[in-house]
Structure formats: structure tokens, C-alpha cells
Design a protein around this ligand. Structure first.
Ligand code: LHQ
Length: 263
């Protein structure tokens, strides 16, 4: 399926769809158009069986500086900031979290505001040693959005999250790895090599099983233990019906490497 994008560069390599946020002059700051293109990309990735993992990075020096502050969202008809969020970054963050395929974020530079929310909407994060994380909202007098107040305390704990949100503390890549904000920090020039290798590894794993795991992790954020146990059972029924489950068990018995097809 061919789709054209104006704010994203998109290339497929085997099972990996590599997506580059492409507004480098503005550190890839977000616009409504970029959010809608990301939503369309997630819809495409969900339907296309050949796509088994997504890798997202930023063009140029920045990863994503959040809302494009030159792009006015005010309109004469009373359109509010929450209307803007409900039309753009909220469905983008939900589309990424609900996509039943793994999303790896490769943070190459500054990652701020709603762009931080975009990074947190991914499943795994690698950071370059030149990456810089800042919530940015309080820097311009705003409260958090795009899911940052949901994911940040869960990743780094409530005290660190409060400090980052109240003071706009800047967290470099190495510290981001220490506090659990990212999975790994790598030298800047090696970021994409490492991220591509990880994305290919994810793409070679049982895609349906990963999608079900992603659902389980999201469900666990609001469930009781009993609810989670019940939900795990439902998901396991689905996982146990996949060809990749059969292949995984057969490969174990044959003492060989499994060849998962993502089905
Ligand atoms: C930018 C931006 C940017 C435009 C850098 N926009 N051009 C939701 C709903 C409604 C309203 C508002 O917000 C939201 C959610 C949010 O996302 S709020 C948070 C918005 N983002 C920010 O406040 C971050 C603003 N940017 C920064 O603090 C810095 O640029 C960072 C720390 C990201 C990077 O600093 P530096 O490495 O020193 O780079 P720089 O400041 O020189 O920026 C490079 C260029 O990118 C520069 O353009 P220029 O033409 O002067 O070279 C900036 O103007 C442009 N840029 N962020 N958000």
C-alpha cells in the first residue's frame, strides 16, 4: 500500500517500518498535520501484515520539540486547547499505544512537551548520548498533555516525575537510561545502527504475541490483580491459537531456532 506523507519520511526494510519526523528546521515540532499523518501511518501498519515493527526517529538535530509554537491553534469559533488535543495528539498517542505491533523510539536529540508524549507513547526507547529530555510544559506556563502525566510517573516514579514537570529539569540521555526513561543510551553515531538491529529483532519475534502482550501491559495500568489474571487468560487463548506458538514449541522440541512468521 502506497501512502504519501509531508511531515514524515517513511521507508520499509523487511518487517520494519522506519519513520523519521521530518521538520528538522523546527526540531520536528508537532503540527496537526504531523499528528494526522502519524495516525494514518498507525492505521496502515495495523492492516499491513508485512509490517511487524515500527522505528521512529527525528530528522536533524532534534527528536521532537513538542507543539510548533509558531503554529497558532486559536480560532474564532471558541476552539479550545483541549479541542486541539482531542483532534491531534490524544488520538495520535492512543493510535500508537493501541497498535498491536511494537514501536521503538530512537531519540536523537531534544525531546520536549507533546514530543515527549510521542516518545512515551512508544513501547521501547533508545537514546543517543546527545538526547535531551524535558517536559517543557511548565516552561511556557502549561500543564502536561499527550499522556506525559500518565506515563512519566510510571516510568521514573512520582517524585522524579514531579521534579521534571514542576521545574522543567533537563535530563540527558545517559541519565534517562539510569532512571528508566529509556531502555538504553548509545553513542550518537551508533544510535540508528543499534535501533535498527533492535527493530529487526522485534520484527522477527511473534508479532501477534507481542500485540497481545502490549494489550496486557496497557490493561495492567488500570486493572485489579483479579481483572488482570482474567484478561491474561483471554489473551493467552488467542496467543495459543497462533502458528507462531506451534512453531515456538516445535523449535524447542527440535532444539533449533524458531522461524516466526508473525501469524
Ligand atoms: C521550535 C520549537 C517549537 C517551533 C524549537 N516550535 N519552533 C499543546 C497544545 C497547545 C499549545 C501548546 O502546547 C501543547 C503541547 C506542548 O508541546 S507544550 C511544549 C512546547 N514546546 C516547548 O516549549 C519547547 C520549546 N523549545 C525549546 O525549549 C528548545 O528549542 C529545546 C530545548 C527543545 C532545544 O533547545 P536548543 O537545542 O537550544 O535549540 P533552539 O531553541 O535553538 O531550537 C532550534 C530551532 O528549532 C529554533 O529555530 P531557529 O530558526 O531559531 O534556528 C527554534 O525556534 C526551533 N524550535 N522548538 N516547539
Amino acid at each position: 500500500m502506497t501512502q504519501t506523507y509531508e511531515t514524515l519520511l517513511v521507508e520499509q526494510d523487511g518487517g520494519v517500518l522506519e519513520v523519521t519526523l521530518n521538520r528538522p528546521d523546527k526540531y520536528n515540532a508537532l503540527t496537526s498535520q504531523l499528528a494526522h499523518e502519524m495516525i494514518a501511518l498507525c492505521e496502515r501498519a495495523e492492516k499491513d501484515d508485512s509490517i511487524r515493527a515500527i522505528l521512529i526517529t527525528g530528522a536533524g538535530k532534534g527528536f521532537c520539540a513538542g507543539q510548533d509554537l509558531d503554529d497558532s491553534i486559536s480560532r474564532p469559533d471558541g476552539y479550545s486547547v483541549s479541542d486541539h488535543l482531542n483532534d491531534t495528539y490524544n488520538p495520535m498517542a492512543m493510535a500508537m499505544r493501541n497498535l498491536p505491533k511494537p514501536i521503538l523510539i530512537a531519540v536523537n536529540g531534544a525531546c520536549a512537551g507533546a514530543g515527549f508524549g510521542l516518545a512515551l507513547a512508544g513501547d521501547l526507547r533508545f537514546a543517543s548520548d546527545k538526547a535531551l529530555f524535558l517536559t517543557a510544559f511548565i516552561g511556557i506556563g502549561l500543564a502536561p498533555d499527550t499522556g506525559v502525566s500518565f506515563w512519566l510517573p510510571r516510568l521514573v516514579g512520582p517524585a522524579r516525575a514531579a521534579e521534571m514537570l514542576y521545574t522543567n529539569k533537563r535530563i540527558p540521555g545517559a541519565e534517562a537510561a539510569e532512571i528508566g526513561l529509556v531502555n538504553k543510551v548509545v553513542p550518537h553515531d551508533e544510535l540508528m545502527t543499534e535501533a535498527r538491529a533492535m527493530a529487526q529483532k522485534l520484527a522477527a519475534n511473534p508479532t501477534v504475541g507481542i500485540g497481545l502482550t502490549k494489550k496486557a501491559l496497557l490493561h495492567s495500568t488500570t486493572a485489579t490483580l483479579q481483572e488482570q489474571l482474567d484478561y491474561e487468560g483471554q489473551l493467552q487463548n488467542m496467543a495459543a491459537k497462533t502458528a507462531d506458538y506451534k512453531e515456538g514449541v516445535a523449535a524447542f522440541r527440535d532444539k533449533r531456532k524458531p522461524n516466526f512468521q508473525g501469524k
